[in-house]
Design a protein around this ligand. Structure first.
Ligand SMILES: [Zn+2]
Length: 433
């Protein structure tokens, strides 16, 4: 009996050790389809044959986003496993104080080490002796723990770009003035880079971010043919990556994860808080940074006792503003306090259904947008901000229901699949088997 117990203990220990050994011959490929709302998949005629196949072969769940439901903050929660109050991303870059007017600006170029204030799962994977790749991922500029970077700002001088050009996979012209190219072209090039890296380098973790649907939904709204066609195009990009995994002989050693970062809402009216504030004589004291469905209100903290009540009084009467949230409500949203993070604002505005914020300083306070349009940035508790999680392949059992999950659960799931420890995450590994 004693011996049997000992044997069980040894067996259990060896299983434990095995589970914590970095999986050098495994791959986890994460594709983020920016701005794909979970509700879009309720339409059985959404043309997404690849996503439907992966959902059938693997696991699908509706996922809660984080506050703010803005691209860089959500993607940073995906890789850190913590909320924005902890990782420090509130916009598509770092919010810097300017010392002049406007009092803040968003800087996307800051290095990742300065921008992201929490450990990332790719740091952990890299330090475990595995390889990492990022293609158009965000808040990742010059990250020292990315083995193969193919940047949002790709150029003929980039390391992976040079390799691909030398092998004739892309031309130098393809990545010349790259950020001026249309977004569908860039998504195609980024997908080509993913296919190339899977084939040539088989990185243990590959992060790929595709943007066409987000661009189309901002400019034409999330419903209708433009968004549907963009979604079909992205499904084709996912199909290319899935085929690359198969062609590289990695099917039984790879987990493919497809996610999105935030949903979208169509709106027919813009709210311009700056116009109302100027009319109240606060135009040069209170600054509003619009983030679609929400807006950040900055004012001089030393004058807060006078300016905050005046600002609230002015904005309370403005059509289209659903809520004005003071710092007392920030921690419930996963956000830091103004005295904890210099990026933080004194008030958070949330738009009503059918409205989004604009930074315009002229014209009427509330106006029709220039065209049919869509926005995100509403609170993460808004069901229309819900996103998708699909996992298929190694370590995934078809049909498992993971229950309600959050984007902060993605990083610990990746760590688990690769046998890497990642104790800083507040999320939990998603049940996929
Ligand atoms: Zn986004």
């Amino acid at each position: 009996m004693k011996l049997a117990l000992k044997l069980i203990a040894v067996f259990a220990l060896s299983v434990l050790v095995f589970a914590q050994t970095p999986a050098k011959d495994h791959m986890v490929v994460v594709i983020s389809l920016d701005g794909l709302p979970a509700y879009a998949l309720d339409d059985p005629r959404l043309p997404i044959p690849t996503l439907r196949r992966l959902m059938k072969e693997g696991v699908y769940a509706r996922m809660t986003s984080i506050n703010p439901t803005v691209t860089w903050p959500v993607h940073t929660s995906m890789v850190t496993g913590v909320l924005a109050g902890e990782h420090g991303l509130l916009a598509n870059g770092t919010i810097l104080k300017t010392g002049s007017w406007p009092p803040v600006k968003v800087d996307p170029m800051l290095d990742k080490e300065k921008m992201v204030h929490a450990p990332t799962v790719y740091d952990a994977v890299f330090r475990a002796g595995l390889t990492t790749a990022q293609i158009d991922w965000v808040a990742i500029n010059n990250a020292p723990t990315i083995t193969y970077p193919f940047s949002e700002w790709a150029s003929p001088a980039g390391p992976v770009e040079r390799e691909m050009i030398a092998k004739g996979v892309i031309t130098a012209a393809d990545v010349e003035s790259f950020s001026k190219a249309n977004i569908a072209f860039r998504d195609q090039i980024w997908t080509t880079a993913a296919v190339y890296l899977i084939h040539e380098h088989k990185p243990n973790l590959l992060l790929l971010h595709l943007l066409t649907l987000d661009s189309v939904s901002h400019g034409s709204g999330p419903a209708g043919l433009p968004a549907t066609a963009a979604t079909a195009f992205l499904d084709g990009c996912v199909a290319r990556v899935a085929a690359a995994i198969r062609d590289a002989g990695m099917s039984d050693r790879t987990t493919l994860i497809v996610v999105s970062d935030h949903g979208f809402k169509g709106y027919t009216k813009q709210v311009r808080p700056a116009v109302a504030l100027a009319a109240a004589g606060l135009g040069d004291k209170v600054y509003v940074l619009p983030e679609g469905g929400s807006a950040y209100v900055y004012l001089d903290q030393s004058q807060a006792a006078e300016l905050v009540p005046k600002t609230i009084q002015t904005l309370e009467g403005v059509e289209g503003i659903e809520r004005i949230i003071a710092p007392g409500g920030f921690s419930a949203l996963g956000l830091a306090q103004p005295d904890q993070d210099p990026q933080m604002y004194q008030l958070l505005l949330v738009a009503k259904d059918g409205y989004a914020f604009s930074g315009a300083t002229g014209g009427p306070v509330t106006a029709a947008p220039p065209q049919r349009a869509g926005a995100h940035g509403y609170l993460a508790t808004d069901a229309q901000m819900d996103v998708i999680f699909i996992a298929a392949g190694r370590g995934v059992r078809a049909g498992v229901d993971p229950g309600r999950i959050s984007v902060i659960d993605i990083a610990p799931t990746i760590a688990n699949l690769l046998g890497v420890k990642f104790p800083s995450a507040k999320g939990k590994p998603i049940r996929v088997q």
